[in-house]
Design a protein around this ligand. Structure first.
Ligand SMILES: [Zn+2]
Length: 407
């Protein structure tokens, strides 16, 4: 019986990221049939029963899932390039912060910027991710901190979908920094987040999840617990920046709330990793921030492997600690700096990134029933994508089964 479909991609090597016992979920010499935006069949290229209106000959190239950047802060106002220069000329973080720099500078610029200005600059950043084959981006708020600016950021993030062919997932990160107007009143700010912002965001479906920065320079365990409780009460999943600069046991708290992911985790103790397994929580590695901060403490990779915790890799694209709009560079860094294998890095930006966003039943793999978010690469092996820096661009990208226009 012939299978009719909309698009048939013939003669490709699949790095499917399925768990089929093969590296990269390899399926050689395959054809992939797409209908109504989803993958409806994977066949041997020599014996393909599918008939399509639109057939693409892969000529033996590699087909991978579209990349998922599961941790970014790509909507923001202003630039922090001047601070990068000041630090290299010998000024300390504390001095820069005293002059109104650091995250407070980005908050001031983001509050001041119009939605149009924010959208314009965010589009440029999202485009740079798209040209590398990214099909889903998570975007966090957290540079507004007040209700109006947080809403503005979340709406701008979602508007990227109107201008680019990609999926946007939004996360409310009110507990990112203490705004100046709440100086010395951290608990009051947490009450504002829990009693005013989270109910509003849940009611208007402005965010898919709620995030916190659990750190000495961020928010305490008790404060993060309050935010998680409010999120849970409003039916929102949580994730957390934890153990980036010190070990506050934030990962354990996040696990208690069945967090989708814990992110950074350089200071997570190896003996605490087990808590993530029970919570089915993804460990999101952010080597870009590690690199920019010239950090030396590495995440507990061996323990994560031992407990079989899915590891995702993301850019953490932000103006302060990780101005990197390249998922391929983040994957390369995860290999060089954290010694991930190329397969771990590639799964980290596909199937495991999908899980960090609770999308793993729908995208992040090339499998029957999954979204046809796909990239065709003229490479000899998937390792090529992780081995070099700035070496490859996909020949073409399908977003929900539609071939994407050049961006
Ligand atoms: Zn972050």
């Amino acid at each position: 019986m012939p299978v009719t479909c909309d698009v048939l991609i013939n003669n490709v090597q699949l790095a499917s990221m399925q768990d089929n016992g093969k590296p990269y979920g390899l399926i050689p010499n395959a054809s992939v049939a797409i209908a109504h935006g989803n993958i409806v069949g994977i066949f041997a290229a020599t014996d393909c029963p599918a008939i399509a209106k639109n057939t693409v000959d892969g000529n033996g190239a590699w087909l991978l899932p579209g990349f998922i950047d599961c941790h970014t802060h790509l909507v923001f106002g202003g630039s922090r390039a001047n601070e990068f220069e000041q630090r290299l000329l010998g000024q300390s973080y504390a001095e820069i912060a005293q002059q109104g720099g650091g995250i407070r500078a980005t908050v001031a610029a983001t509050r001041q910027a119009s939605a149009e200005t924010l959208l314009h600059s965010a589009l440029a950043r999202a485009k740079r991710l798209c040209v590398e084959g990214v099909t889903t981006i998570e975007v966090k708020s957290g540079y507004g901190l007040d209700l109006a600016t947080e809403i503005k950021m979340l709406k701008v993030a979602k508007q990227l979908e109107d201008h680019l062919e990609l999926n946007i997932i939004t996360t409310y990160l009110g507990a990112h920094a203490l705004p100046a107007e709440y100086a010395g009143r951290g608990d009051d700010y947490i009450d504002f987040i829990c009693e005013e912002v989270i109910p509003h965001i849940a009611k208007h479906k402005l965010a898919d999840a709620v995030d916190v920065f659990c750190e000495k320079i961020g928010f305490s365990l008790a404060q993060c617990r309050k935010v998680f409780s409010a999120a849970a009460a409003h039916g929102l999943r949580v994730k957390a920046h934890v153990e980036q600069l010190s070990d506050l046991q934030g990962a354990k708290l996040a696990a208690e709330f069945q967090a989708l992911s814990v992110d950074h985790i350089e200071y997570l103790a190896a003996h605490d990793v087990g808590c993530l397994k029970a919570a089915d929580c993804v460990a999101v590695l952010l080597p870009g921030a590690f690199y920019y901060l010239n950090e030396s403490q590495k995440p507990p990779i061996a323990a994560l492997r031992q407990h079989n915790i899915p590891m995702a890799v993301a850019t953490d694209l932000n103006p302060g600690s990780s101005p990197i709009s390249s998922i391929l560079t983040a994957m390369n860094m995860a290999c060089v700096l954290f010694q991930l294998s190329p397969e771990e890095a590639l799964r980290g930006a596909t199937c495991h990134a999908a899980k960090a966003l609770n999308l793993h039943k729908h995208t992040g793999k090339i499998a029957q029933g999954y979204a046809a978010d796909l990239c065709l690469w003229d490479i000899t092996h998937p390792v090529d994508l992780v081995y070099g820096i700035n070496q490859y661009r996909p020949r073409c990208v399908w977003q929900g089964g539609r071939m994407r226009q050049a961006v």
